[in-house]
Write a protein that binds this ligand. Structure first.
Ligand SMILES: [Zn+2]
Length: 140
């Protein structure tokens, strides 16, 4: 997945190149593009997708609303000396996610237990019936 900031820059560049008819808007878009393209700045991006991926890996369920709240909380309270790491994500999962025991395969409909789907600890859960990794937790 490409960073959102790069997609925003590409989109801005496209709009600017197409010469938006409103010159005031065009000027503002160029200013925004220049701010984002400032060589003196760098951006690091974390998203709810990272929280969901990690939750899935550890057999936890995280609602979209909780993922957004956890992300907001994590960004606002991150320690500048350490930044945000996968360990940071994991500690927020402890607060926001709930353990799951049962899953459902979106490919074949099989509903393995979480333990059954994760017999290989180094990998993401897989359907023991068809091998798909497109599994979702079943809320209990
Ligand atoms: Zn399956």
């Amino acid at each position: 997945m490409s960073c959102t900031i790069n997609r925003v820059k590409e989109e801005l560049q496209r709009i600017i190149k197409d010469n938006h008819p409103d010159l005031h808007i065009l000027k503002k878009l160029q200013e925004v593009y220049d701010m984002l393209n400032n060589p003196d700045l760098g951006f690091v991006e974390w998203g709810t997708e990272d929280l969901h991926t990690q939750a899935k890996y550890y057999g936890m369920y995280l609602s979209e609303e909780d993922a957004q709240q956890a992300l907001k909380d994590m960004i606002q309270h991150h320690d500048c000396n350490y930044g945000i790491t996968w360990d940071t994500i994991n500690s927020y999962l402890d607060d926001y996610a709930k353990p799951i025991t049962k899953m459902i395969c979106n490919e074949c409909g099989y509903d393995p237990s979480f333990k059954e789907a994760t017999n290989n600890e180094d990998d993401f859960p897989h359907c023991p019936s068809c091998g798909s990794d497109d599994l979702d937790p079943v809320k209990e």
